[in-house]
Design a protein around this ligand. Sequence first.
Ligand code: ATP
Length: 199
Amino acid sequence: MQLKSLTLNGFKSFADKTTIEFNHGLTGIVGPNGSGKSNITEAIRWALGEQSAKSLRGERMGDVIFAGTAARPPLSRAEVTMVFDNTDQYLRDSPAEVTVTRRLFRDGESDFLLNGKTVRLRDVIELFMDSGLGRDSFAFISQGRVEAIFNSKPEDRRGIFEEAAGVLKYKQQKVRAQAQLQETSDNLSRVHDIVHELE
Ligand code: ATP
């Protein structure tokens, strides 16, 4: 799987629609301080489902929308699209080209699209969870993260290994299934009580 392109539109300092094409090999992004290099990696994390505004250096999620400059009014929408070449079926059961889009409007409305279809945040997170590209994976190492990983508690570090080993997705599915089982068992108890009362 390879990231083919990233399109930012109204995301942070990228007021105009900007597409970055990634070719084979290494891509370096260079520019003066404050020119938007970190905003590019944040756009990738955001499109993949980042939910913490703080980790995107904002107070609230709306801060990712272009806030305007002296010469330009603010925009009302941020949109980021990533296109992956998936011909190697790295993302199983997905098409040869996978497109992920995230949009956010100033009124708080937001949506995710997978290959042009509206999906839930959970669908995007699950698709990438064990791909090594998950929100918290080692694919993104921001300034200060290396130190944070070394200083993390053993159980937090275990989570990092679990993501790398590809078991995190199944652990989360297990937690959800257990919650459903518990709910069903509670409902059954209630039904038994009612039957008992009626007898
Ligand atoms: P450095 O090399 O210093 O780390 P950088 O190239 O990584 O800098 P970024 O931190 O990505 O730069 O970009 C910071 C710039 O983005 C600042 O000029 C900031 O004003 C601008 N910016 C951040 N959020 C928004 C927003 N919502 N609207 C407009 N501009 C924004």
